[in-house]
Design a protein around this ligand. Structure first.
Ligand SMILES: Nc1ncnc2c1ncn2[C@@H]1O[C@H](COP(=O)(O)OP(=O)(O)OP(=O)(O)O)[C@@H](O)[C@H]1O
Length: 459
């Protein structure tokens, strides 16, 4: 059974909900469990055989339509009656727990002080790249010496780039080492709403005590303090109380303090007391590494070239990048086809502007290297034996054929001048049709790189 993510399942439910009444939805769909995909069929767990029959009769088509809207070409849905005890079944988006390591005692359950933290947002699960290494180093320093290294730590950056993840990572790190420490994570919006309620219910003292007695305060999206005078006033006092007691404060924002309009000067200057660090959009290699980690985390075996294609499609927001991976996984499960670049490209074409699968020089080199079973560096190296020269010529020929690179650019990539590349290309052109082995290699590789048309037609 392959899992489909909760996001995809939520999309299916969203589709269903738009097409039936609320009463119907709550009666039938709220108790359904998504059990994953088996042989291309989405398996749903229902409570009893009556429900099973009802679903088959009344909702099968609707569910198939929902899957079609998500890219399934031949959607199939089946229903399984859950044993009574399976109501509390592990959701398929939670990967099955790893088998216990003999002789190792499993970790104790998380202590209470991390109840507001997302368990996935740890340092171990954070991929460090040139876009975030300063923020990561600062967060680690703060986690090791809370209240001493940088206070406050102010992390800013665009949507979905890992600010909340880093804040929580500090929380987990501290919670693990100091289980007695009180950790509070709050979004500025929640802080504001809680303050409003406290004022209305005359409970401001409790509100203050709660936030002023923590050891680590994590506040997300602090830019939303802008224009909220009463909340700013309250936050100012919370900040001072914590700061004076050497308690660590971490703030996140979509912009640096100086760009938050209508923020009181005294707050702005406090935000600048510690360290201000930013997170930028991840570059290609970091995006691939994030996808790889996600895939491993979910025990999905997906080829590197597919991850690279996804990483090329989604360039700015990591949340979207993860969503794109889940879409590809769902698409391949639902259509029962193996992962490939063509499949990924199709899975994403509903969401992202269809892009031609753009082939890069490195892609070609890697494919050629794997075809001829030798390391890419050897092909690019100086070896002159036939076993190396032929793959090198094939790689140069295919790069010229499949990319827009000029002869001098290709030459530079191989550490040679353009006339050598020209010679390689004419050599391969001359042999095509004459040398069956070479012809087959070129054709296979070309097809693979152009998006694997053969798999395309199966998808
Ligand atoms: N460097 C990274 N390594 C692994 N996963 C990451 C990394 N950066 C971000 N993510 C993942 O991307 C998703 C979005 O991250 P997060 O919620 O922390 O972003 P954010 O900057 O706080 O966004 P927002 O501004 O919307 O609050 C999360 O699932 C997070 O785990």
């Amino acid at each position: 059974m392959r899992f489909i993510s909760q996001e995809i399942w939520a999309d299916v439910l969203g589709y269903v909900r738009k097409n039936i009444s609320e009463v119907e939805y709550h009666t039938w769909f709220a108790p359904v469990k998504n059990l994953g995909v088996q042989e291309g069929s989405l398996v749903l767990g229902v409570r009893n055989s009556f429900a099973q029959e009802w679903f088959r009769k009344h909702y099968l088509e609707l569910l198939e339509d929902a899957l079609r809207s998500l890219g399934a070409q031949h959607p199939q849905v089946s229903f399984q009656v859950l044993p009574a005890a399976q109501d509390a079944l592990l959701l398929p988006s939670d990967p099955p727990p790893a088998p216990p390591v003999p002789g190792r005692v499993s970790a104790p359950p998380p202590s209470d002080n991390r109840k507001t933290l997302n368990p996935k947002y740890t340092f171990e699960n954070f991929v460090v790249g040139p876009n975030n290494n300063l923020a990561h180093a600062a967060a680690l320093a703060v986690a090791e010496s809370p209240g001493k290294a940088y206070n406050p730590l102010f992390i800013y950056g665009d949507v979905g780039l890992g600010k909340t993840h880093l804040m929580h990572a500090v929380g987990h790190y501290i919670a693990e080492r100091f289980p007695e420490k009180r950790i509070e994570y709050v979004s500025t919006e929640t802080f504001t709403n809680e303050l409003i309620n406290a004022i209305r219910e005359d409970k401001t003292t409790q509100f203050r005590n709660r936030y002023r007695s923590v050891d680590l305060l994590l506040v997300d999206d602090i830019q939303f303090l802008a224009g909220k005078e009463r909340t700013q006033e309250e936050f100012f006092h919370t900040f001072n109380a914590l700061y004076e007691n050497h308690k660590q404060i971490i703030l996140s924002s979509d912009r640096p303090p100086k760009d938050i309009q209508t923020l009181e000067g005294r707050l702005r200057s406090r935000f600048e007391w510690g360290l201000i660090t930013d997170i930028q959009s991840p570059e290609f290699e970091t995006r691939v590494a994030i996808l790889k980690m996600n895939a491993e985390h979910n025990r999905i075996d997906i080829p590197q070239e597919v991850l690279e294609l996804i990483a090329r499609q989604v360039t700015t927001n990591i949340r979207e990048l993860e969503g794109a991976l889940m879409r590809v996984v769902a698409f391949s499960s639902l259509n029962n086809v193996p992962f490939s670049r063509a499949v990924a490209s199709k899975a994403l074409s509903n969401v992202f502007a269809p892009q031609e699968v753009k082939v890069e020089m490195m892609d070609v080199l890697r494919q050629v290297a794997s075809h001829f079973n030798m390391p890419p560096d050897v092909i690019r190296g100086s070896g002159r034996v036939r076993e190396v020269v032929v793959p090198r010529q094939v790689a140069q020929y295919l790069i010229r054929d499949l990319t827009d690179h000029s002869l001098p650019e290709i030459g530079q990539f191989f550490g040679r001048d353009h006339s050598t590349v020209m010679h390689a290309i004419s050599k391969v052109t001359e042999q095509l049709g004459k040398d069956p082995e070479l012809t087959a290699a070129v054709e296979t590789l070309r097809r693979k790189m152009k998006g694997l048309e053969d798999e395309d037609s199966r998808a």
